[in-house]
Design a protein around this ligand. Sequence first.
Ligand code: AMP
Length: 484
Amino acid sequence: MCGFISIFGPPESDAIQDALNGLLAIQHRGQDAAGAVTFKDRFQAKKGLGLVREVFGEKHLQRLRGHLAVAHVRYPTVGLGEDTDVQPFWLDYPVGTAMAHNGNVTNFHELRRTYFAQRNIHLGSNCDLEVVLYVFADALMRRRADPVTVDDVQTAVKEVYDRVKGAYSVAGITSEGMYAFRDPYGIKPCIFGKKVTPEGTWYAVASESVVLDVAGYEIVRDLKAGEMVWIGKDRVPHIRQVANKPHRPCIFEYVYFARPDTFLDGTSVYEARMELGRRLGRAFLETKLVADVVIPVPESARTAGQTMAEVIGVPCREGFVKNRYVGRTFIMPNDKARQATIRTKLNPIRAEFEGKRVVILDDSIVRGNTSRQMVKIARQMGAAKVYLASYSPPLLFPCLYGIDMSTKREFVARGRTHEEIARELGADHVLYQTLEQMEDAVRTAGNKDLQFCNACFAGTYPTGDITESMIADIERDRLEASKV
Ligand code: AMP
């Protein structure tokens, strides 16, 4: 999972400041690497491994000039997290374009073996964006006349959709304009905004609406599944529908990934999490178990913790204090490092556990590392009972669309009953949200008609083109990456 932004500013403006403010707002989508490319006479870039504030300094604000910018924060899912894989990528020739994406190309290996081998193109990275970039640029190169028009971009996007499988939302710039396109099923988010200043009108596209908030843009709207936008020399946004597939936004964005202050496809992530908490609270009451306190695992479970506790009729307390400087545990290179880091990241407050029947609430349970440790700590702190609750259902299937969920073998819920999971994690009981309740909760918070990509919970991949060999390719990549 990654985050992107592209900016089209008024003629004499510099877009980099908005791009970097925006990147800080979506730092949660990837802390592994950051980069930005602007255009003024030529593409100018700054990319590096690390957090946005580590990669960028004052001098880059001075150097990265121009009213067009594209920027990215990375969370590696394919590739080994090398600096050659840091986005945005760009080509100066034959059609200059710089691009960033969020998602995952599922036929990356196949395209490498076929399309690219036949054209004698040697990809310079392990990043799947590179295949999108080449297919897009190749199609643009075949246009009839200058400058690039909306029809040219539409043709190029169509070519990408036809050849490149998976789920990827893309933002980019050329020497003259800005474009973005959302994947055919709209699995990945992509929102379009605008602001008017004395200098003129600015446009921005981003992975989350919080980018628009912090940089002063108002939301125009989310791009629909399979839709593109192009803003060229006429400075007018041209929106076109390029693919016509059913919209299946990723439900895990609401559960975990997006910031609570983000709106995705018109639905408030905060409201969705509040409702997820309420539903799980009701499910807890049905178990007839009795609790004294709800303790959410910070940060993502906090919102749902409040409402779950309200429904149960007990306080919601900060039983774990998070050291926010440790970084996300998933970003750790391997499982051992991850487990050690969880303990340094979350420290308990004894008074909230001692003698109490506690519900430890998390957004999800993947490998079970976090839950196992939280249960262990709760017992060390003298909890009378430890109930583990997840406001999403058991994760059972790998996400092939860009969320690093681990490989099939690693899911703690795989092949186990709830009793067995509780035993495995050391809890007195484990309570999961059901798939129906989760989906309904998110719908209640916003768009009543939304149907989701729930592949990681249910195993049905909406793109319908996932083969065993794609799964094997992706699993192999991830296993390789975890050995580094
Ligand atoms: P685990 O410890 O492996 O069971 O992972 C569950 C924890 O990781 C939960 O606290 C989640 O908040 C968090 N989490 C879930 N999915 C992801 C993901 N794809 N990337 C990073 N963190 C995640």
